[in-house]
Each structure stands twice: as C-alpha cells, then as structure tokens.
Design a protein around this ligand. Structure first.
Ligand SMILES: [Zn+2]
Length: 259
C-alpha cells in the first residue's frame, strides 16, 4: 500500500503494472542481472511453482497449502498429458506449426492495440493467436548479454513458448471435457443448494505445463513471466524473481555487483 501523499514515479507505477500485484513494494527490490535470474529460476523444479501460481488466483485465500499443491499438480498433469497427446499425434513440430494445423492464424504484431498494459501474447477467439514482437525483442536483447543464454539448461525460443501457452487455451475451447474446464470447488452450501465455481488459475498452470512439455523444457514456462518483464523493467523482473524464489522456498541470490 502507498500512502495518499506518496506519488510513485512512472517507472515504479509501470513496474508494478507488470507484476500483476499492485501492492508489491518496488523500492525494496534489489536489481538482479538477467543471467542470475535465468540461472536461478530455471533451476526450480516444475512442481515447486504452486505457491507462486496460486498467488495470482483471485480465490487464493480460500485454500490451504495442501489444496493448492494438489490442484497445481492435477493442472500440471493435465497440461503435460495434452502436450504428450499432441506430440504423439503430430510428431516433433513447432508449436507454431501445430497451431496452424489446428486452424489457428498466428500473427506477430509489434504491440497490442490497447496499450493500457503490457501483454506478451494472447488468444482471441475463435482462431487467432497474437505474439507481440516488442516483448520478444526485449527478451532476445537480454540474450545478447554475456552469459545469459549459456546458463539455460537447453536452448529456448521465446515466441514458441508463448504460442504453446496460448495453444493450450485453444485446446480448452475445443475440448470442454479437459480437466481444467470441468474442475470446480464448492463456494457455499445452503440446504440442498451447492454453489460451485471453477478455479481460474488452473488454466494458467496447465497452459504453462503444456508450453514447457511441448517445447521440451526441463523447467517451468513461468520463468518467462519474470524474464520478459525484466526486458521492459529490470526492477519489475527482479521483484518477480524475488517473489518466485521465495514462493519456491529458495533464497534469492545476491546481485552480481554485491557478490
Ligand atoms: Zn494463459
């Protein structure tokens, strides 16, 4: 929370909008290097992202850690399974090729039409996936920094990971029997009347797991949240890095210039 007479700078307001969490205190963040960020975040096992993932769920406060972990695992398995099915059906093709086979139009505009917030990619029903070049270019520019690409466990293609994530949402639209579309939790009960609701973040978790598996990654595609944000604002990327490390029960590294 900021007090009413405190006016955050544009950079800080911009950075906060990238985090998806306006209450995060940006000035407390120490700026990392892109290399440390990638090295540490790609080392987090995919199963350990549950706490970070659920921090973006509007109903997060209703769940216990046991429930969060359990739902995360089921959503992750759902994403992996769907990716395995695609790989078995179409072989080793790129997510972009797969999207086109599935009837999608994949477009690469520079930026979203509405610039009210930073967006890296989106699926617009019924059949268009947009990947915004501005974010990709900023991410790729980070790869030219010394040692950044070298710390990756395997080579990555930013655009293909983003396409794969959106492609999972296409699968959800085409197949409403997918677990993420059918799973609901009980909100309240009144006599015989039970009100149930889907859990929005499960789609995101499954889409990330789908993107990781389809791209042959040994780490979670959630890493890109921090990396692509870093391309726009090192302070926002570093704040996400700290949050992700802590959520995974790990100690953030000291920045290069302090160690
Ligand atoms: Zn998504």
């Amino acid at each position: 929370m900021t007090s009413s007479n405190e006016r955050p700078s544009f950079a800080h307001r911009f950075a906060r909008s990238l985090l998806g969490k306006p209450e995060v205190s940006i000035p407390d963040t120490t700026i990392q290097s892109a290399k440390v960020l990638m090295k540490d975040l790609t080392a987090i096992p995919e199963a350990d992202w549950w706490k970070y993932a659920f921090s973006r769920e509007p109903m997060n406060g209703r769940f216990t850690d046991t429930q969060r972990r359990d739902m995360y695992e089921k959503a992750m398995i759902c994403g992996h399974k769907k990716a395995e099915e695609c790989l078995a059906a179409y072989g080793n093709i790129s997510p972009e090729q797969l999207a086109r086979i599935m009837g999608m139009d994949v477009r690469f505009p520079h930026m979203p039409q509405s610039r009210s917030r930073i967006l890296f990619a989106e699926f617009k029903e019924p059949d268009t996936i947009y990947v915004y070049q501005d974010g990709i270019e900023k991410g790729e520019a980070l790869f030219s920094e010394k040692g950044v690409y070298e710390v990756l466990p395997e080579p990555i293609d930013l655009a293909q990971i983003l396409i794969a994530h959106e492609l999972f949402h296409v699968c959800e639209l085409k197949d409403p029997t997918l677990w993420t579309k059918t799973y609901t939790v009980e909100l309240w009960k009144l006599g015989w009347f039970v009100n149930r609701s889907p859990v929005a973040v499960l789609s995101e978790i499954a889409a990330m797991a789908f993107a990781s598996r389809l791209n042959g990654l040994s780490f979670s595609a959630y890493v890109l949240d921090a990396f692509l944000a870093f391309g726009y604002s090192p302070i926002a990327g570093s704040a996400l890095y700290d949050e992700m490390m802590q959520a995974a029960g790990r100690k953030p590294s000291l920045p290069d210039w302090k160690s």
